[in-house]
Design a binder for this molecule. Structure first.
Ligand code: HEM
Length: 403
């Protein structure tokens, strides 16, 4: 039976994960943590789990959830006065049932597989346009990995093309609250959240007058059993989709390119066989996921990773670690694009399973084969800049030779 281990080695390993040295390559540290115990306690009291089966179970367990609204005041005092936090805490990403259930049903009815699949040809055209503009030494993040998801989500929601560019900086500013609620971060994130919301409010008003074939119009019309989104809920939902659609997919694309460049034989396989793209995307999501962790609170006494855990305890599930668990994946540190049975934990699980997973997958499945095919001499042109963040793993810049 596992026991919750607290030790100086655990503290050191977890501390390293919060620093650049650990962020550069967290995987050996995850492995060591798992060897020490499947469940360890961090210095701040949180329980940390690293096994695949345990991460999956935690993501699916209805006795674990997000911090209940009435407790948010203790965790983030004054949060309703901060537009960026209000946007986060009142969105489906942070809500619990029954509020989550209701909103998720309403958005599910609009954000359909059909709507995502229909974007395929547009995504392919956008990929070609971006690749056309790349030549010689370029920053892959700036030239491709950021603009592609930004344009796709703009297109999906129905944001007119000339308006899209202004949002890149705004969304970056807002997403700071996913890492920290420190005053410096809020000073940047709050005005960004206000600007985005005001823009979306004007767009929603326009779509109410004149509906179009886009997600904003579908959300305006969404109705389930006589229930509809209020104006406030609609703006929060549109804002969340907008924000969630940017950063994670950007990092998936950049992490994937780095992984492929480090594994030229695998890259060559994808170049020769674009049909490998769906399996390759799953493997790349597994190998180096942009979303490294989930946080949950136990509402009741439960068992996690084989040990009893009391109600009120905080649990951090390292998806990035579970994705490299040798009990689940043979030779987990090997990138093998054609790997069978490679379903990653990267989109979470249970009721909060990523709403945008089909879209993120589709973007990567179209973009990655097109990129490696277009540039037969694709290579690093310098050292990539690591993003200084634990929850979202990616690069600030990625110099490549596009030739
Ligand atoms: C590679 C890209 C992506 C990754 C790795 C990713 C990862 C995740 C994960 C792990 C969660 C679960 C969070 C939790 O349980 O606490 C999540 C939720 C969510 N994601 Fe994604 N995501 C990606 C792309 C997208 C895109 C493109 C969109 C929107 C267009 C999106 C929208 C959402 C939303 C709305 C939720 C909240 C769902 C809920 O709580 O019911 N994501 N995502």
């Amino acid at each position: 039976m596992a026991t919750i281990v607290e030790s100086s080695e655990v503290s050191t390993l977890l501390d390293e994960l919060t620093r650049m040295t650990g962020r550069e390559d967290p995987y050996p540290r995850y492995r060591r943590l798992r060897e020490i115990s499947p469940i360890v306690r961090a210095d701040d009291g949180a329980l940390v789990i690293t096994r695949h089966a345990d991460c999956l179970a935690v993501s699916r367990d209805s006795r674990l959830g997000h911090i209940p609204s009435h407790m948010l005041d203790f965790v983030s005092p004054g949060w309703p006065d901060h537009p960026a936090l209000k946007q986060l805490f009142t969105s489906i990403l942070a809500l619990n049932p029954p509020d989550h259930t209701r909103l998720r049903r309403l958005v599910n009815s609009s954000f359909t597989a059909r709507r995502v699949q229909a974007l395929g040809p547009r995504i392919a055209a956008m990929v070609d346009e971006l690749l056309d503009r790349m030549s010689g030494e370029v920053d892959f993040v700036e030239a491709f990995a950021f603009p592609l998801p930004a344009t796709v989500i703009g297109e999906l929601l129905g944001i007119p093309e000339p308006d899209r560019a202004q949002f890149q900086g705004l969304v970056r500013d807002w997403t700071q609250v996913l890492e920290t609620h420190a005053p410096e971060a809020l000073a940047v994130a709050d005005p960004a959240a206000v600007t985005i919301r005001e823009y979306l409010a004007a767009l929603v008003a326009e779509r109410r007058r004149q509906p179009a074939d886009d997600l904003i119009s579908a959300l305006v019309a969404a109705e389930e059993d006589g229930d509809k989104l209020t104006e406030d809920e609609l703006l929060t939902m549109a804002g969340l989709l907008f924000i969630a659609g940017f950063e994670t997919t950007t990092n998936l694309l950049a992490n994937s390119v780095v992984a492929l460049l480090h594994h030229p034989a695998q890259l060559a396989l994808l170049r020769e066989d674009p049909g490998l793209a769906p399996a390759a995307t799953e493997e790349l999501l597994r190998y180096d996921t942009p979303a490294q962790l989930l946080v949950r609170v136990a509402w009741d006494d439960v068992e996690v990773a084989g040990v009893p855990v009391s109600g009120g305890e905080r649990i951090v599930a390292y998806l990035g670690a579970g994705n490299r668990d040798p009990e689940r994946f043979a030779e987990p540190d090997r990138l093998e694009l054609a790997r069978a049975d490679n379903a990653p934990l990267s989109f979470g699980g249970g009721i909060h399973y990523c709403l945008g997973a089909p879209l993120a997958r589709l973007e990567a499945q179209i973009a990655l084969p097109a990129l490696v095919k277009r540039f037969p001499k694709l290579d690093f042109a310098g050292v990539p800049g690591r993003r200084d963040s634990l929850a979202i793993r990616g690069y600030t810049n990625l110099p490549i030779v596009a030739a």
